[in-house]
Ligand binder design. Structure first.
Ligand SMILES: Nc1ncnc2c1ncn2[C@@H]1O[C@H](COP(=O)(O)OP(=O)(O)O)[C@@H](O)[C@H]1O
Ligand SMILES: [Mg+2]
Length: 288
């Protein structure tokens, strides 16, 4: 037996063919809760009191080639939100666009209701955004302590207080403060990078694949620490290739596909959504 809900989408873009689009629209089918939540209308309703939000973002690297194609996103105060999706979907590009690192062609980024689209990095850092890129995120020739000092050069009088906060979260950074970052393992460098971003007391941390390239034990450590950081009051956006683990710890998740958000829901609901499993979680989904 088949019904409208059983028709597999040809692509994630199918999720945007909504019922009631008019007589010339594609045949209507019922959207799942996670597809509906990813539509523009629901985003506008749900993002109303968001701490950070992106609306209809269009951005890219090469003239004429849009990577983000009308992307919506929001983060409420206190949330830990994951962004997953296939390689090349535009996840890193979305973080870069929100942090003003690539030109936004249209759309807006808003922090506490204030337009911060394409603002300079130092303005965003002062406003409470911290960004940890996936690669090259430490100064290898500097010591751990010097790396942390670089994180707070805008407010160096607070160094001691912030150093205590960061080394309580990452004791290794205190114990080995005089060691050069270049001599550390990938997992340890990740701690330095996150620690550096936390020195400025951000209200929002943007993390690009914090567990990538780490051994399984270090990966788990990263997820646990992200939870702890979040519990201290820092809202977090985490892009992750380790989709299952990410959704397990997130309040909400977005599935990005071809530069648009295809699905969004609580982490738990996305993990058990048959379409998300089929299209994005693959065989890993049956491992539990
Ligand atoms: N610096 C760049 N210059 C040109 N194209 C880029 C650059 N970075 C990423 N892209 C392209 O943008 C698309 C999305 O990339 P990205 O946001 O890094 O994907 P994801 O993080 O989801 O894997 C890819 O097609 C990629 O090739
Ligand atoms: Mg990426």
């Amino acid at each position: 037996m088949t019904g409208p809900g059983d028709v597999p989408p040809d692509s994630a873009a199918d999720a945007f063919s909504k019922p009631g689009d008019g007589p010339s629209a594609a045949p209507a089918r019922t959207l799942t809760a996670a597809e509906l939540a990813a539509t523009r209308g629901e985003h506008v309703k749900l993002a109303d009191s968001a701490l950070l939000r992106a609306d209809e973002l269009v951005a890219g690297y090469i003239p004429g080639v849009d990577i983000l194609r009308g992307c919506d996103f929001y983060l409420d105060d206190g949330e830990l939100v994951g962004i997953i999706g296939p390689n090349g979907a535009g996840k890193s590009t979305l973080l870069k666009a929100m942090f003003g690192l690539i030109p936004v062609r249209s759309g807006t980024v808003t922090l506490r209701g204030e337009d911060i689209t394409s603002a300079a990095a130092h303005t965003l850092v002062r406003g409470g955004l911290g960004y940890v890129p996936q690669n090259n995120n430490v100064f290898p020739s500097l010591t751990i302590e010097e790396n942390l000092q670089m994180g707070i050069f805008l407010r160096s009088s607070k160094f001691g207080e912030r150093f205590d906060y960061v080394t309580e979260l990452f004791p290794m950074l205190g114990e080995r403060r005089r060691q050069r970052a270049g001599a550390l393992s990938g997992g340890e460098r990740q701690m330095v990078a996150m620690g550096r971003a936390l020195m400025m007391e951000p209200s929002v941390l943007l993390l690009d694949e914090p567990s990538a390239g780490l051994s399984p034990a270090f990966q788990d450590d990263v997820f646990i620490r992200c939870r702890r950081i979040n519990r201290t009051g820092v809202s977090i956006i985490m892009v992750e290739q380790n989709a299952r683990r990410c959704l397990q710890i997130c309040h909400r998740g977005y599935v990005l596909d071809q530069g648009r958000n295809a699905y969004t829901d609580t982490g738990r609901s996305l993990m058990s959504d048959p379409k998300v499993i089929e299209l994005y979680l693959g065989t890993l989904a049956t491992a539990h």
